[in-house]
Design a protein around this ligand. Structure first.
Ligand code: FES
Ligand SMILES: [Fe+2]
Length: 460
């Protein structure tokens, strides 16, 4: 439905805060939802060169050698010998399932003359380089040196593939090429603890789509760090998503994770006087389930309680989980965690949307954006195979990916801004971008952490 948005005032509207939604919840929400992160990060402009300047990019890209980053899902490599090729900038890694069930990672480069050992993910008994046949076992030990007599300098007990640090969290496989990284658990603080209640051992990659977009990777991902843009970019959702009452959390001493939480199946305060509870439900259901039969609210129900009740029933029927102890917020709302430098994951019971953003072909002007859902699978059943990535070309809409549901359309709206921001920054005579002190503080937080890494590792 169309809303009258002409009277948005300069001062903050009276609105329901996310904590007030939690106060009204019929169940006690998880403690993590009460952890408000109010760190004040200031109001300084962010230098635009970090988005458009190649020299800046060349310094920045050194951070990838020193951060934990998502390489793949565990279900991409279920069996010993399964491996995944993970590329970032000019780096490439092999992430390999071991005979003992563990995971190791190596730079994807032969120790003879440097050929990439594999160009695509797959399965091997051993890694035999296609160029001259140097061969390594799954655990990185050298297995075969061709014409060994001709390599007197090669000590076989030292000719291992160099090992990169690996960690897993909630089914995601992270790597960190730094020789002495902080623990993944510390890096992900507080997200690790926040995710514990949500059956992560029964989750899998249910939806995965990607597209190469024009624009610096930070421009692309920053489109998902605030909900402030909904007013102009997604006006159709204002009747059933309270993007204005969104809570933005940045916690003191936690540089790698921040959070945004939005109440769903409630109207934004921009349009609260323009909709009934039934309108809210209709809009919410219409967007998620196009062919859903219209559900009429009873007097004791609101759009939000009804949505939560349906989710409870659906979860129990489809997955065999009983989730009465979860609050409505944990079943209905959108909580979006940013994990520095380039990963985002929704919280709660799920399905959980996720995003990853990588410079494409080592370009500061093109980005591979991936998006998908982590789903729960029925209890006590084997993990389904991950959905192979649907790679869209630049002119194909996200909305063409049926599995994204109504979100494809929303992503297409987001996408319309991205190249225009990159080009606009190049056209601009203004040296920096001016961020909202609250609603855009996650972007500022990201840049402050980026600065910390760039200062530490650039010129090195
Ligand atoms: S480059 Fe790999 S065997 Fe020669
Ligand atoms: Fe958006």
């Amino acid at each position: 439905m169309g809303y009258d948005l002409q009277k948005v005032p300069a001062q903050a509207l009276p609105h329901t805060t996310y904590q007030e939604y939690l106060d009204k919840d019929r169940h006690e929400p998880a403690r993590s939802l009460r952890e408000v992160g109010n760190t004040d990060l200031g109001t300084e402009d962010v230098d635009k060169r970090r988005y458009i300047d190649r020299d800046w990019y060349d310094q920045e890209k050194k951070i990838w050698d020193h951060v934990w980053q998502v390489a793949c899902r565990e279900e991409h490599i279920p069996e010993a010998g399964d491996f995944h090729v993970y590329d970032i900038g000019t780096r490439s890694y092999l992430v390999v399932r071991q005979d003992d069930g563990g995971i190791k990672a190596y730079p994807n480069a032969c120790l003879h003359r440097g050929r990439k050992l594999r160009l695509e993910s797959g399965h091997v008994e051993k890694f035999r380089c296609p160029f001259h046949g140097f061969t390594w076992n799954l655990d990185g030990e050298i297995a075969h040196v061709p014409c060994e007599w001709d390599f007197p300098q090669v000590q076989k007990d030292e000719f291992h593939l160099p090992e990169i640090h690996v960690g897993t969290f909630a089914g995601w496989v992270f790597i960190n090429p730094d020789p002495d990284p902080m623990s993944l658990e510390q890096f992900l603080d507080p997200i690790w603890r926040h995710y514990e209640p949500y059956a992560w051992d029964q989750s899998y990659l249910g939806v995965h789509a990607g597209k190469v977009l024009r624009g610096n990777w930070k421009i692309i991902q920053e489109a998902f760090m605030e909900a402030f843009h909904s007013l102009d970019t997604h006006p159709q959702i204002l009747g059933s998503v309270d993007d204005f009452g969104c809570q933005y959390d940045v916690w003191e001493g936690k540089p790698h994770v921040n959070r945004m939480m939005a109440a769903f199946a409630v109207p934004s305060s921009y349009v609260v006087d323009q909709v009934s509870e039934q309108d809210v439900l209709d809009e919410w259901m219409g967007r998620k389930w196009d062919d859903a039969e219209k559900i009429i609210l009873q007097d004791h129900e609101t759009a939000r309680t009804k949505t939560a009740d349906l989710k409870r029933e659906q979860t129990e029927a489809q997955l065999g989980y009983k989730v009465p102890e979860l609050s409505d917020a944990e079943l209905v709302d959108g909580w979006y965690y940013v994990v520095f430098p380039n990963f985002m994951l929704w919280g709660g019971f799920g399905p959980n949307m996720w995003y990853r953003f990588r410079p494409w072909n080592d370009s500061h002007e093109e980005t591979l954006m991936e998006v998908g859902y982590i789903m729960r699978h029925p209890k006590d059943q084997p993990k389904p195979a991950p959905m192979p990535m649907i790679m869209l070309d630049i002119n194909t809409k996200w909305d063409s990916v049926e599995a994204l549901g109504g979100l494809g359309f929303v992503l297409d709206q987001d996408t319309t801004n991205m190249a225009a921001v990159h080009d606009g920054l190049k056209a601009s005579f203004k040296p920096g971008v001016t961020l909202a002190s609250y609603q855009e503080k996650r972007i500022r937080h990201f840049h402050q952490t980026l600065d910390m890494y760039v200062e530490r590792f650039a010129n090195g």
